[in-house]
Design a protein around this ligand. Structure first.
Ligand code: ZN
Length: 827
């Protein structure tokens, strides 16, 4: 080997080591293998008659279950987590016959009086009681002394904590829910409200019935003292209403103002009318899951309630980005869209969860497209792509959408993969099929599989049956395979032949789970004579395309419409970038703007380009991006532009400017941020400026930030911002400011942020450790899981018995695993 070769080898090894941290270390996640669960019976109908004991946090009741055996047998199983079973009877004509049973671990084995076959239909009743520590949650109602809110949540198999039931998604049944509570509580559940019976005792029995079948996790009851208002019925017929805590009807009216239009939009778009009895939306404090699409009765965290002054986001506020994928409208339309994809068609197991979540996320993007227009639709996908690419860069995980290896259900709910990447892939599919074929396929898929369970292949076959197209190649890369392509694009203009010689390389590492991708890519070519669009098919490590072009192009845009989940590296001159910034579709414009700010930050043309966008008639998202990118220019002239951006009437543009400020000179940034904190009228800007101030110069501004903490704001976001900055500052003297916000009267995001701040300021504080143990034992689930994790991080050895108890007794597998992880850290 020559010296040059040794040198080249040496350089290659060094480069490999440098890149190993970024793109070369990606891998598939590990975990237990999961198959679709086998079952011994087919549930047909489920009736629950429940009484709630609020003080004991107990539910007692009778479940009447009608089912068909799926094999010849005299024994069958149900799931029952920590339920106290009092008796099981078989109902036959007019007689009841007691049955023997064996309740071990979380399984209830029931022995029938004789063998039955799949031809038989049987009904049994189970009397039981339970003090659930998961699946059903009791929250104090701070507006009404001694009262509670109750909600239930069943994803990940939690309903067996309060109902004896088959706890997986691959069985569907109709249901009745009969719940007795004292006045003034209301009970809201699935289906139609048949009757409310008032008893002499003052109790009331709410009787709800749903005739269409659904999976167990979609069962729900919400209990509380609510106020209710109807919305205009969809198509003049489908009843819609919302339920909110006392005094918040006006905020509910504003938050849910578009629900009627959304129901009609999805019904029309999928040519499949909303099939359920009605649609209720319930909002209440500390709904830890955020929002959940229980059939015909969606639950929302109360942060959804708002007026026109509130920021777009659903909550908690985001101090990192000017754009929120999870706006309130996005959440509302997402949960509603599940009533087509998720509740009607349901994934057959969590391995196929993308058929619920990627679809519903794409639907909320479709609502943006409908309600806010094409640029907003581009922007939500741009943001989803950024979030996904950042996730992979940080975590090195390239899980395919369909996947069978995971330890907890929570692992399959990764927002960046299952929601964001998945939705973007559904969009890629739409761009491949075209609108007409895509929406026709969605409609066909719904009709073919209505009220049943589906796997990815069912969708692939539906495409084939509806359009004649075989998308094996697409599913191999994007559903069964993971990761994403990195395209390195370059071109030469061949003057003599009037051709563009375009080279596209795929430079992503070829590893298990991530291969070369096959894709059609839209290319926009602009010349002085006009613009034309071409499609090229990439499929190899290196593809070369010759494209007709009468003169040297002004712009070649590679996927300028942002139809792909891909990273694009395309070295361009400043002039080409400037042309693209002014003429391409929004995703291509944002891409070019970022390239310009990155590669030519001090070029004399860069700042005027940004100024021009900020002062011109452009879409707000492009302006906000331009304001944010001033942070890369950082010149005195850029400071002047930034000051102008802070006067924009659109708070989202001001927010981008506030996010850019920590990149500037400390004195300048500090002065401006303090001014914004004192003067800006929008609480989201004030809150973001507080966090930016701490990022700029944390120690010098402790007292100033302290003074802001009690300012009123939507979702207490100013207090949240102050607590976040205390976490950054990490000074022990702040503990007295932080501690009160860990109290149970605050919402869960305040409490969790206070706990994080406390941890950074005084990690060995015994009082903090005690608070964390208290929260691990009894708090809303969002606080509980946070506290369990912190006990491990802080190595709190006196928490071992408590963590052991959670690991062994919690009815929530995600909490069990969280406790186990904390235990292994402590040990
Ligand atoms: Zn969802």
């Amino acid at each position: 080997m020559s010296k040059t070769k040794i040198f080249v080898l040496f350089i290659s090894i060094i480069l490999a080591l440098i890149f190993s941290d970024s793109i070369y270390a990606q891998s598939l996640p590990q975990g237990k293998h999961h198959r679709i669960r086998e079952r011994t019976i087919d549930l047909i109908h489920y009736k629950a008659e429940l009484k709630i004991n609020f003080n004991q946090r107990e539910v007692a009741g009778k479940a009447s279950i009608t089912f068909r055996p799926l094999c010849k047998s005299n024994i069958f199983q149900l799931d029952a987590i920590r339920l106290k079973i009092e008796g099981i009877d078989l109902l036959q004509k007019n007689t009841t016959q007691p049955l023997t049973y064996n309740h071990h671990a979380q399984i209830l084995d029931v022995t029938l009086d004789q063998q039955y076959s799949p031809k038989d239909t049987l009904t049994i009743t189970i009397s039981y009681s339970a003090q659930p520590n998961a699946g059903m949650y009791f929250l104090k109602d701070y507006d009404h002394d001694g009262q509670f809110y109750i909600y239930t949540y069943g994803e990940g198999g939690l309903h067996a904590n309060w109902l004896p039931i088959y706890n997986e998604v691959n069985d569907k049944f109709s249901m009745e829910m009969v719940v007795t509570v004292p006045q003034p509580y209301s009970v809201i559940s699935n289906g139609k409200l048949i009757n409310v019976e008032k008893h002499e005792s003052g109790n009331q029995t709410f009787y709800w019935k749903q005739e269409l079948p659904h999976s167990n996790y979609l069962i729900s009851i919400y209990i509380g003292e609510f106020e209710q208002e109807d919305l205009h019925p969809a198509f003049g017929k489908i009843p819609l209403s919302y339920w909110v805590p006392e005094g918040r009807l006006k905020q509910g009216a504003y938050a849910f103002r578009n629900t009627t239009k959304m129901v009609e939009f999805f019904s029309n778009k999928f040519n499949y009318k909303y099939p359920w009895d009605k649609y209720d939306q319930v909002a209440f404090p500390d709904y830890s899951i955020g929002a959940m699409e229980h059939t015909s009765v969606t639950g929302h965290r109360a942060s959804v309630l708002r007026d026109e002054q509130a920021p777009d986001n659903f909550g908690p506020p985001d101090f990192e980005r000017y754009y929120q994928v999870w706006s309130a409208e996005a959440l509302i339309s997402h949960e509603l869209a599940h009533h087509w994809f998720g509740n009607n068609l349901t994934c057959r197991s969590l391995n196929y969860l993308w058929l619920n979540e990627s679809f519903a996320t794409y639907c909320n993007m479709l609502w943006d497209e409908e309600a806010l227009g094409k640029d907003e639709f581009h922007l939500v996908r741009r943001e989803a792509l950024d979030r996904y690419l950042n996730y992979v860069a940080k975590n090195h995980v390239i899980r395919p959408l369909e996947y069978a290896y995971y330890d907890t259900p929570g692992d399959m709910y990764t927002i960046e993969i299952t929601y964001f990447k998945g939705a973007l892939i559904v969009h890629t599919l739409r761009s491949i099929l075209g609108d007409e074929d895509f929406f026709r396929t969605m409609s066909y898929f719904l009709r073919k599989h209505e009220f049943s369970n589906v796997i990815s292949t069912d969708f692939k076959i539906a495409i084939e049956e509806a359009t004649g197209k075989n998308l094996d190649w697409f599913f191999d890369d994007w559903v069964y395979g993971g990761g994403y392509p990195i395209f390195e694009v370059s071109y030469n203009y061949l003057n003599d032949q009037k051709l563009i010689d375009l080279t596209v390389k795929q430079i992503q590492p070829i590893i298990e789970g991530q291969n070369l991708f096959t894709l059609p890519v839209g290319i926009t070519i602009a010349t002085s004579k006009g613009t034309k669009k071409e499609t090229v098919w990439v499929k190899s490590q290196v593809d070369q395309f010759l494209l007709d072009c009468g003169e040297k192009p002004l712009m070649i845009s590679f996927d300028g419409e942002g139809a792909l989940v891909a990273e694009i590296r395309f070295g361009k001159s400043l002039n080409e970038l400037l042309y693209q910034i002014n003429n391409d579709e929004l995703p291509g414009r944002i891409w070019a703007l970022r390239q310009m700010a990155q590669k030519y930050p001090v070029h004399p043309k860069s700042l005027p380009t940004i100024s021009n966008i900020l002062s011109g008639q452009f879409f707000w998202g492009l302006k906000a991006e331009a304001a944010l990118l001033l942070g890369k220019l950082r010149t005195p002239e850029a400071e002047k532009e930034l000051s102008k951006a802070l006067k924009s009437p659109d708070y989202r543009i001001r927010k981008a400017a506030v996010l850019a400020l920590p990149n500037f000179r400390i004195n300048f940034a500090e002065k401006i941020l303090k001014h914004v904190i004192k003067q800006d009228s929008h609480s989201d800007i004030v809150a973001t400026a507080i966090v930016s101030l701490a990022r700029t110069n944390p120690d010098a501004n402790i007292d100033f930030i302290r003074q802001q903490i009690n300012r009123p704001a939507w979702y207490d976001e100013i207090a949240l911002a102050c607590l976040s900055t205390f976490e950054i500052i990490g000074d022990k003297q702040l503990v007295p400011d932080i501690e009160p916000f860990s109290n149970e009267k605050y919402h869960e995001h305040i409490r969790n942020t206070a706990l994080d701040a406390w941890k950074n300021c005084a990690p060995y504080d015994q009082k903090l450790h005690q608070v964390l143990m208290d929260c691990s034992e009894d708090a809303p689930p969002g606080v509980k899981s946070h506290a369990i994790g912190m006990l491990g991080i802080l190595n709190v050895s006196q928490a071992v018995p408590l963590l052991e108890k959670i690991k062994n007794e919690s009815g929530d597998i995600d909490l069990q695993v969280a406790a186990e992880n904390s235990l292994s850290k402590i040990r």
